[in-house]
Design a protein around this ligand. Structure first.
Ligand code: AMP
Length: 227
């Protein structure tokens, strides 16, 4: 059965890193909406031109644009085996749209993992985080972290334009206001899980794998019972 995972959590929780690792290990498609937008900004596409000022200010790009991007990607054949979503949904409207897309795909339940990290730790992490200047890939802590060259394209690591302190605080505020309500939206589902993210990346990986695997087993039982 398809493994469909949403990695939720505030900026700096490590969800991008874990989403990348999990998708790679399980052979799933990873969709990072932040990465898609950064690539669009770099290649000056119409979406990139529209999104640049919004992303740089730490605000959210409009729901219709984001839902359009994700919908198109999730309905392609290579997404049918399952996916890991990083950075989407970020609003209740996006979560409702995702439920509608899932109904269209008809391919297994959504597993939602919230990665929880105290705010002081998030601010510290974001001020030292680095991404590749050429392709936007996050410096990978499983691979020695920042300071090395990008393993995807060999580019240099730099600070993200939206990782400076003022924008970080703004993004954390927007997370609390617009995205945290999603926990209420999802938490009554049997496939909702919480993982503590202020641990080593290896320990978070272990906890996450266990959380996702137990949720997936539940989802399979539920599907069998309806057959
Ligand atoms: P991220 O890499 O997930 O931290 O995303 C970087 C920025 O891209 C965010 O601060 C937003 O400006 C924008 N963004 C990414 N995903 C979304 C989304 N699902 N909805 C609205 N804006 C988004």
């Amino acid at each position: 059965m398809a493994l469909n995972v949403i990695m939720m959590g505030p900026p700096g929780a490590g969800k991008g890193t874990q989403a990348e690792r999990f998708a790679r290990e399980r052979g799933l498609l990873k969709i990072s909406t932040g990465e898609i937008l950064r690539e669009a900004v770099q290649s000056h596409t119409p979406i990139g031109l529209k999104a640049k000022a919004i992303v740089d200010a730490g605000k959210l790009v409009d729901d219709a644009t984001m839902i359009g991007i994700v919908r198109e990607r999730l309905l392609q054949p290579d997404a049918m085996r399952g996916f890991v979503l990083d950075g989407f949904p970020r609003t209740v409207a996006q979560a409702q749209a995702l439920d509608a897309i899932m109904a269209e795909r008809d391919g297994g339940p959504l597993i939602v993992v919230e990665v929880v990290v105290p705010q002081a730790e998030l601010v510290k992490r974001l001020s030292t985080r680095r991404i590749c200047a050429s392709c936007g890939f996050n410096a990978d802590p499983f691979d020695g972290g920042a300071g090395h060259r990008c393993k995807r394209c060999g580019g240099e690591f730099v600070q993200r334009t939206d990782d400076n302190e003022a924008v970080v605080l703004k993004r954390l505020g927007i997370y609390d206001r617009d995205t945290r309500p999603l926990v209420e939206y999802y938490k009554t589902r049997p496939t909702f899980r919480v993982v503590y993210g202020a641990q080593s990346p290896e320990q978070v990986a272990k906890d996450l794998d266990q959380a996702i695997d137990t949720a997936a087993a539940l989802g399979e039982t539920a599907v069998r019972n309806t057959l």
